[in-house]
Design a protein around this ligand. Structure first.
Ligand SMILES: Cc1ncc(C[n+]2csc(CCOP(=O)(O)OP(=O)(O)O)c2C)c(N)n1
Ligand SMILES: [Mg+2]
Length: 755
C-alpha cells in the first residue's frame, strides 16, 4: 500500500502555491466520496493491516496539522513582518512518526523540515504547546523558549532537541558523537543525563546526504560498527527528491545506502502514516535494541517550494508541480481519516480550520511579545564568563590522592621534578587534569599508544586506558563532531588536531556548530571542550607548510571561542587548567595552540643555558583568562607585544636592542589571543615610549592587527609603532621557510626604525 492521493484537478497557474495546497486539502475533503469502513476502536489498526492504531493516527494527524498550519501561517504573516522565516515542513509531516516512536529523552538533531516531528514530541511532556512555542520562534521573540529570539530553530531543552543551524549536514557528526558517547559513558563510569538505552536521532535531506560532513558521519558509523562497537544513531533521511532546485537522481538514496556494511538500511513511506508507521517502528526498534547505526530512508515530498521566496512555478513545469502537490501526505491522512470512519468530512474540515485559527492566534500573540532590542542581551549567552568560579575551579586541588596514584609517589609528582621543557609540562598537566576530571577524554590521530606525533600525550593511554584516551579515524570533522557528542552527554572532551593546517578543513564544526550552541539555545545547551592543536612554524625537523601553518585568523574570528597559546611549560600547565575550568564552569569552547617548535626548546640565549625550562606550577596555580606575562615590567623605552615563538625571539632581540640603543625593553607575552586583553595592551603601550608587535602569524587579519588596533584605539597611535609579522604566504620547505616568518634580526632591525 502506498499513498493513493488522487490528482487534484488542474488549477490556475497560481504563483501562491501555499494557497493552492491549502485549497487542495479543503477541496479534496469536500469531494471525497468513498464509503467509510466501520470506525476502529482506539487500540485497533487505523486501516486493516496497519501497525498504526486509531489512537496513534489521530494524534499523528493532529501533529501533521500543527506543522502544516504553522507553515501556512508563516507564509501569510511573513509579508506583514510578523514572521521572519518561511522554510517549512510541508510534505515532510510524516516525520511525526519518528517522534512518536522514540522518546523525548532520545537526543534529536533535526532537519529544518522536521516540524511534524517537533509537534509530536511536544506530546511527550505534559503542559507543553508546540504551536505557541513555534510561533514565538517564527516571530523572533525574546520569549522564544529555545533561542530567546536569536533564530527560528527546532529546539527544546526539556524535549532534548538540540537546536541546529541551517548549515546542512553539519549536525550529523555530532549526532553520531552523541550516540557513541551514550555507550561510552558506561565504560568510564560517567552518569548520563538520559537513560542508558537512549538513541540519538538525526534527520536531514536527501541532497544533504551527499555532503562531506554527512559522508564522514556515515563512514564513521560504519567504521565503528565494523569494530563491533555500539553507536545507536538513527539517521533519518527525509527524501523529497530535491535540494532547492536540484533533483536527486531517482533512486539515488536507496542505491547509495541500501547496501552499506555497518549502516542498517530501513525504508518507510513518510507520505502514508498507515503504511509508514510499522516501517518506522522497525527501524527505531532495531536501532534501540542492536545499538547499531541505522539509516531510515523516509519518503517525503516537498510542497510549497524550498522557502517562501522560492516561486517554483517560475522554474518548474506546471504539470510536475501539480504531480508533486498531489503527493501531499496530508491528503493521504485525510483519506485515512475518512476511509477509516474516524472522522466525517465536516468534522475533519472543522479540525483543519480550528488548527489554522489556533496557529494564527498564537502568531498574533507572539507578535505582541518582546523582541531582542539590546545588544548585550543578544550576546549574553555567546561567551558566558564567571571569573570567580572559573578561578576557583582552575585552582581546585582536592584530588591529591588521585594524582599520587597517577604519578606513583610524592617524589615523582611533577612539581618535585627539576625544570622541564614545554612538551613535558603539557604532558604532566594532562595527567593531572585526567586525575582531576574523571569525565575527561582525549582523542585524535595517533594520540594513544604513540602519544602523538610529538609524544605530548605519551603515557596517558597507559595510565587511563582505551575508554578515555583513544585514536580516532583520520578525519578532523569527525574528531570535532565526537567532541561535541561527548560534551552533549556531560563529558569534558579534549580533541586533538594534529596540525593547525588540518583544523581548517574541519573549522565549521567549531565555527558553525560548537561555538554557536550556547548562542542559539540561549545558554540552555553547552558543549564544553578544550581543543588542543599542534601549531605554528619554526620547526627545523619537519618542514613545509602543512606542519608549520601559522594562520590564527581562522580561529580568532569565531564568535565565543577562547584561543590561547602558551610559550613555556609553566604557562602551558596553568593555561590548560584555566581552559578546563572555563569549559567546566561556563561551558566554553577553547582552542589551545601548542607551538610545536617550542615543545623541546630548553635554552633561550645560548646553547645549554636551560633558560627556557620551567618548574611545574603547583596544581592550585592557574592564570586568569586574558592575563599576560610581563618580562622586565620596569622597562619603559620600548614594549614588545608577542606570543608563542615570538616570545623567546623577542627576549633575545631585547638584549641586542638594549646593547644597540641603550633602551630598557619590556616584553609582553599576551598568551591569550582571543579575546585579546585590550586593557593590558593599552596599559603597557601607555607606559612605554615605543611599541613593537612581533606576530609570527600572517600579516593580514592576524593577531598583530588586533594588537595595533587596541593600541591606536587606546590613544597611543602617535607613539613610534611598528610590527614584525609573517608574510601572507604558504610556508615553503627547508630553509626557505625562515624567509617568510620573523627572525630575531628582523625584530632588532625594526626596533631601529623606532629610534
Ligand atoms: C553547507 C551548506 N551548503 C549549502 C546550503 C544552502 N542550502 C540550504 S538547503 C539546501 C538544499 C538541501 O536539500 P535537501 O538536503 O534535500 O533538504 P530539503 O530542503 O530538500 O529538505 C541548500 C543547498 C546550506 N544550508 N548549507
Ligand atoms: Mg531534499
Amino acid at each position: 500500500m502506498s499513498a493513493v492521493a488522487p490528482l487534484i484537478p488542474a488549477r490556475q497557474k497560481d504563483v501562491n502555491r501555499a494557497k493552492v495546497c491549502d485549497d487542495n486539502f479543503v477541496e479534496f475533503v469536500k469531494g471525497w466520496s468513498g464509503r467509510p469502513e466501520p470506525r476502529p476502536a482506539p487500540h485497533e489498526a487505523v486501516l486493516e493491516g496497519s501497525a498504526c492504531t486509531a489512537a496513534d493516527f489521530l494524534e499523528l494527524f493532529e501533529s501533521q496539522l500543527v506543522s502544516r498550519h504553522l507553515d501556512l501561517m508563516a507564509r501569510v504573516l511573513r509579508v506583514q513582518q510578523k514572521v521572519f522565516y518561511t522554510i517549512g515542513s510541508s510534505g515532510h509531516e510524516g516525520n511525526a512518526m519518528v517522534a512518536r516512536l522514540t522518546r523525548h529523552t532520545d537526543p534529536a538533531f533535526l532537519h529544518y523540515r522536521s516540524g511534524g516531528f517537533m509537534a509530536e514530541r511536544f506530546r511527550k511532556l505534559p503542559g507543553m504547546d508546540p504551536v505557541m512555542d513555534s510561533a514565538l520562534s517564527f516571530a523572533a521573540s525574546s520569549e522564544d523558549p529555545i533561542s530567546g529570539g536569536r533564530h527560528k530553530v527546532w529546539g527544546s531543552k526539556p524535549l532534548w532537541v538540540l537546536p541546529q543551524t541551517s548549515t546542512i549536514a553539519s549536525h550529523l557528526p555530532k549526532a553520531l558523537g552523541t550516540a557513541i558517547a551514550i555507550e561510552q559513558a558506561r565504560r568510564i563510569g560517567h552518569a548520563l543525563p538520559i537513560p542508558d538505552d537512549s538513541i540519538a536521532i538525526c534527520s536531514f535531506g536527501d541532497a544533504s546526504s551527499n555532503h562531506a560532513s554527512a559522508q564522514t558521519a556515515f563512514n564513521t558509523a560504519q567504521w565503528t560498527a565494523y569494530q563491533k562497537l555500539p553507536a545507536p544513531v538513527l539517521y533519518v533521511c527525509e527524501d523529497n527528491g530535491i535540494g532547492i532546485s536540484v533533483k536527486t537522481p531517482g533512486g539515488w538514496i536507496a542505491n547509495a545506502f541500501r547496501h552499506r556494511d555497518g549502516l542498517d538500511y530501513f525504508y518507510a513511506d513518510g507520505l502514508d502514516i498507515a503504511e509508514g508507521y510499522g516501517q518506522v517502528q522497525a527501524a527505531v526498534e532495531h536501532c534501540r535494541r542492536t545499538r547499531r547505526p541505522t539509516f531510515l530512508h523516509l519518503r517525503t515530498t516537498r510542497i510549497m517550494g524550498h522557502a517562501g521566496t522560492d516561486f517554483e512555478i517560475e522554474w518548474r513545469s506546471f504539470e510536475e508541480l501539480m504531480a508533486v502537490e498531489a503527493s501531499d501526505p496530508l491528503l493521504r491522512s485525510a483519506q485515512i481519516a475518512l476511509q477509516s470512519g474516524l472522522m466525517g468530512k465536516d468534522e475533519l474540515l472543522a479540525k483543519y480550520e480550528a488548527m489554522r485559527a489556533r496557529c494564527f492566534a498564537a502568531a498574533e500573540v507572539a507578535d505582541s511579545k518582546p523582541k531582542l532590542d539590546d545588544l548585550a542581551e543578544v550576546m549574553r549567552p555567546l561567551a558566558p564568563y564567571t571569573p570567580d568560579k572559573v578561578a576557583a575551579e582552575a585552582a581546585r586541588s582536592d584530588y591529591a590522592d588521585k594524582r599520587l596514584a597517577v604519578f606513583g609517589s610524592e617524589a615523582k609528582l611533577p612539581e618535585n621534578q627539576p625544570p622541564k621543557h614545554l612538551a613535558i609540562q603539557i604532558n604532566q598537566a594532562l595527567h593531572d587534569l585526567f586525575a582531576k576530571y574523571p569525565e575527561t577524554l582525549l582523542f585524535g590521530e595517533d594520540v594513544a599508544q604513540k602519544g602523538g606525533v610529538y609524544t605530548v600525550t605519551k603515557g596517558l593511554h597507559k595510565a587511563f586506558k582505551n575508554a578515555r584516551v583513544f585514536n580516532t579515524l583520520l578525519d578532523e570533522t569527525m574528531i570535532l563532531g565526537l567532541a561535541q557528542g561527548y560534551a552533549n552527554m556531560g563529558m569534558l572532551p579534549m580533541p586533538e588536531i594534529q596540525y593547525l593546517a588540518y583544523f581548517h578543513n574541519a573549522c565549521d564544526q567549531i565555527r558553525g556548530e560548537a561555538c554557536s550552541l550556547q548562542f542559539f539555545s540561549n545558554g540552555q545547551y553547552r558543549n564544553p571542550m578544550v581543543m588542543r592543536i599542534a601549531s605554528l612554524g619554526y620547526q627545523r625537523g619537519f618542514g613545509g607548510h602543512f606542519h608549520n601553518d601559522n594562520s590564527i585568523t581562522a580561529l580568532r574570528d569565531i564568535p565565543g571561542l577562547v584561543v590561547g597559546c602558551p610559550s613555556r611549560g609553566d604557562d602551558a600547565a596553568m593555561m590548560l587548567r584555566t581552559m578546563m575550568a572555563l569549559a567546566k564552569v561556563d561551558g566554553r569552547v577553547c582552542a589551545y595552540l601548542e607551538p610545536i617548535a617550542l615543545y623541546m626548546t630548553k635554552d633561550l640565549y645560548e646553547a645549554g643555558d636551560g633558560q627556557w625550562l620551567t618548574s611545574y606550577p603547583p596544581v592550585d596555580q592557574a592564570m586568569v583568562l586574558g592575563e599576560e606575562r610581563v618580562y622586565f615590567p620596569e622597562a619603559r623605552d620600548l614594549v614588545i607585544f608577542s606570543f608563542g615563538n615570538g616570545v623567546p625571539m623577542s627576549l633575545r632581540a631585547a638584549r641586542e636592542i638594549e646593547a644597540k640603543h641603550g633602551w630598557k625593553v619590556r616584553v609582553v607575552d599576551l598568551r591569550w589571543l582571543q579575546p585579546l586583553n585590550e586593557a593590558a595592551i593599552a596599559r603597557h603601550a601607555g607606559d612605554c615610549a615605543r611599541i613593537l608587535v612581533v606576530d609570527e602569524g600572517r600579516r593580514s587579519a592576524g593577531v598583530g592587527e588586533g594588537i595595533i588596533t587596541a593600541v591606536v584605539e587606546a590613544g597611543h597611535g602617535a607613539k613610534p609603532l611598528r610590527r614584525v609579522v609573517g608574510q601572507d604566504t604558504y610556508t615553503p620547505l627547508a630553509g626557505a621557510a625562515f624567509l617568510v616568518i620573523p627572525a630575531d634580526a628582523d625584530i632588532v632591525a625594526m626596533a631601529s626604525e623606532l629610534a
